[in-house]
Design a protein around this ligand. Structure first.
Ligand code: SF4
Length: 331
């Protein structure tokens, strides 16, 4: 399969009063056609900022960006705003955690759908209505004719998330970015929305970047998983490989915490300490202050990506022969 999106050496630094915050620090990954790629990690690991960069939604003044984000070979980071506007919504759709915040409370769902149809598909109001209602039907919204004219506050959270998905599907985008799309919903509704996302992917054939801290959701949804920690991707692999054969000590800690089922974004029962401050990431491996296997080399130099299995890459000194090489070079 082809790569639809290629992120190369992406760095996203923010200028803050306290200094430079290295929110994302040299990450590379690809999104393949028709796959779901899961980005997993605790809050503040850089997964959301990465996706805002893909949509070019970061405040340019306070942000230092480098690297490349290639969409069909075209570098989004270098593109003009007018071209980006065509890309956003039409080629790349976004589903956020809080559906209420994604809709404008002053306009009906139909008016907001109609706006998308007018801008990207040049449809008339009447044509937009037909399309909008049809799409609402397809995502399982009951009485779509009536719902089309409702305001966001008249819908439940689950229904609104369906409406958000319908709105995003109107233009049949090649990529959907879903950022914790079900975290705000209760468990039953969550399962329904996840199932819906799976079935629309089958039907529409889009690629999905699925961002979450919830490993349970990732194991259900993703074909491949990338684990992020402190602005880096520390482990990459197929979902099966990551769940059955996790290698990075951080990934292993996440897995254990998942079984414990009690971890909230800020503290993980199986990993001591907390996520470091992005202005002062530790030297060497950023995970070393929390890692029970930390060695001298971990405090000195950053581990590079090592292949441990086909398509399974880990950035940790415990793997590969780089550790030995470095020791030999020193002596
Ligand atoms: Fe732990 Fe060292 Fe591996 Fe980092 S590189 S995860 S500190 S063993």
């Amino acid at each position: 399969t082809n790569n639809i999106l290629q992120v190369e050496h992406l760095k996203i630094y923010f200028k803050t009063f306290e200094g430079i915050s290295k929110a994302v620090d040299d990450i590379s990954f690809v999104l393949k056609e028709k796959e779901t790629l899961g980005l997993v990690g605790e809050s503040g690991c850089g997964k959301t900022v990465t996706n805002l960069a893909i949509m070019k939604l970061l405040n340019a003044k306070s942000t230092i960006l480098s690297g490349k984000i290639l969409y069909n070979g075209w570098n989004i980071l270098q593109a003009e705003e007018v071209n980006i506007r065509k890309l956003r919504g039409k080629e790349i759709g976004m589903i956020f955690q809080e559906p209420m915040a994604s809709f404008d409370p002053l306009f009906t769902i139909g008016e907001q759908m109609s706006e998308v149809c007018k801008t990207h598909l040049k449809l008339s109001k009447q044509e937009s209505r037909i399309q909008g209602i049809e799409m609402m039907k397809r995502v399982g919204i009951p009485e779509p004719e009536k719902r089309y004219d409702e305001y966001p506050h008249e819908m439940s959270g689950g229904m609104l998330q369906r409406a958000m998905i319908a709105l995003n599907l109107l233009t049949n985008p090649k990529i959907l970015i879903a950022d914790e799309p079900t975290t705000a919903l209760d468990v039953t509704v969550q399962a329904q929305v996840l199932n819906l996302m799976k079935s629309i992917q089958k039907e529409f054939g889009n690629s999905i970047i699925f961002i979450t801290h919830d490993l349970g959701v990732i194991s259900e949804m993703a074909d491949r998983v990338h684990v992020m920690y402190a602005g880096k991707i520390v482990e990459k692999g197929s979902t099966m490989e990551i769940f059955e054969n996790p290698k990075h000590p951080y990934t292993i800690g996440l897995m254990k915490s998942k079984i414990k089922k009690e971890y909230k974004a800020k503290s993980l029962p199986y990993i001591r300490g907390t996520v470091p401050n992005p202005q002062q990431f530790p030297v060497g491996c950023r995970f070393h202050p929390r890692c029970e296997y930390a060695m001298e080399i971990c405090r000195e130099s950053e581990p590079q990506e090592t292949v441990v299995n086909e398509g399974h890459l880990v950035s940790c000194w415990l793997f590969g022969n780089r550790g030995d090489e470095l020791e030999n070079n020193k002596s």
